[in-house]
Design a protein around this ligand. Structure first.
Ligand code: PMP
Length: 402
């Protein structure tokens, strides 16, 4: 047997399950099957014109060279202004770093802080990448199941029970991918009360879906509710979801100077600064006209409401109303134990997802990928026609079960 050339810390991680599901759907499409792809986790809108124009202007004026590692002064000033305007938080320029997507901020924050075996508390369901990022940095993901009955959110007693002397981080993603669950101000205060007893625990807040909120709700901020946590909290955010800018790869972190400095050092010796042209675009997004945000959220809301109604009409499926983000996390417990027309028993949500794909060409992602079963995630970041077609097919597939 040959020993692997790949390091153990990398062999412990797996490719993103949503990418694998999308790959399988694309493969079936290439084979000529009609596929309704409800996997993708990115806005289907184009980046608004004023942002694209800012990027074009940046290219023309020659903003095509290395920038400061932490990001241009223009972009960091825009982030400082955003945090003050939208969140009521004051950050200095040296407490902010721009990264190649929020993903890079999260991964590198683990890379600069985790010693082998250090624990990261990850409420489940979680975004698929978190546990693998922790593993890649030789940490130990400590997932805590947060069932639907508690709104898919971490309860203070669960947090208390999960903390050990090895806990480095609590990771909070609100609104959440995949459930849309969003912590209220009071829930933040209750979690903060626990954290006050455990000063060694840092908090990472992944706020990438901050603005995708329905029913007139806004997203509270942990640090507004618990300012005492400021010196051990790392805010992670970015422009990908809010401004339909997933391909531009701009995220950022805001937090204590020692963490930001270490991120700067590690990134300067690895990827270097994020794309100069994208930084100009992101500054324009944060500083410019915000009407795209409300307009796109109104469209997501229509899709959410329509798709929820269709899904909740299907016997065996149920979905709680997500207050944010652009996914439905659908409970498929009522299908477990049923048999397909081919005689295969559906034993878990992965079987349900394979059945929907192979029988009706509907691509969704199994709840196992997010750490809480039996569910599947359906993305509403696609046209209402596609969503209706997807639901019709899901209903047909379910009706064929025995
Ligand atoms: N956090 C969550 C919860 C996400 O869903 C995503 C995108 N799927 C990201 C972070 C990554 O965002 P970015 O494109 O800025 O890297």
């Amino acid at each position: 047997m040959t020993t692997s050339r790949i390091a153990a810390r990398v062999r412990r991680i797996k490719p993103s399950p949503s990418t694998s599901a999308a790959d399988r759907a694309n493969e079936l499409r290439r084979q000529g099957k009609s596929i309704v792809n409800l996997v993708v986790g990115e806005p289907d809108f184009d980046t608004p014109p004023h942002i694209r124009q800012a990027a074009a202007a940046a290219i023309e004026r020659g903003a095509t060279r290395y920038t400061l590692m932490a990001g241009t002064v223009e972009l960091r000033e825009a982030i400082v202004a955003k945090l003050e305007r939208e969140n009521g938080l004051r950050y200095a320029m040296n407490e902010i770093i721009a990264t190649s997507g929020a993903k890079s901020a999260i991964y590198n924050a683990f890379a600069i802080t985790l010693e082998p075996g250090d624990e990261v508390i990850i409420p489940a369901p979680y975004w698929v990448s978190y546990p693998d990022m922790v593993l890649a940095c030789e940490g130990t993901p400590v997932t805590v199941a947060c069932p639907e009955s508690q709104g898919f959110k971490l309860a203070p007693a669960q947090l208390e029970a999960a903390i050990t002397p090895r806990t480095r981080w609590l990771l909070i993603n609100s609104p959440s991918n995949p459930t849309g669950a969003s912590y209220t101000a009071a829930e933040y205060r209750a979690l903060a009360e626990v954290l006050e007893r455990h000063p060694h625990v840092m908090v990472m807040t992944d706020e990438i879906y901050e603005h995708i909120r329905f029913d007139g709700e806004t997203t509270p901020h942990l640090l507004v509710e618990a300012p005492a946590l400021r010196d051990r909290t790392l805010i992670v955010n970015g422009v990908s979801k809010t401004y339909a800018m997933t391909g531009w790869r701009i995220g950022y972190a805001a937090g204590p100077v020692d963490l930001i400095k270490a991120l700067d050092t590690l990134l300067s010796q690895s990827t270097g600064n994020c794309c100069s042209v994208s930084q100009a675009a992101a500054a324009a997004a944060l500083n410019g006209d915000q009407s795209f945000v409300a307009e796109s959220v109104a469209v997501y809301k229509q899709r959410r409401d329509r798709t929820l109604a269709l899904i909740n009409d299907i016997p065996g499926l149920s979905c709680a109303t997500p207050p944010g983000a652009f996914y439905l996390y659908i409970n498929c417990g009522g299908l477990i134990g049923k048999t397909t027309p081919e005689g295969k028993c559906l034993n878990e949500d992965g079987d349900v997802v394979m059945y929907l794909l192979e029988s009706e060409g509907v691509a969704v992602v199994a709840g196992t990928a997010y750490g809480l079963s039996p569910y599947f995630r359906l993305s509403i970041a696609t046209s209402i026609e596609t969503l209706e077609e997807g639901c019709t097919r899901i209903a047909r597939a379910v009706a064929a079960l025995r």
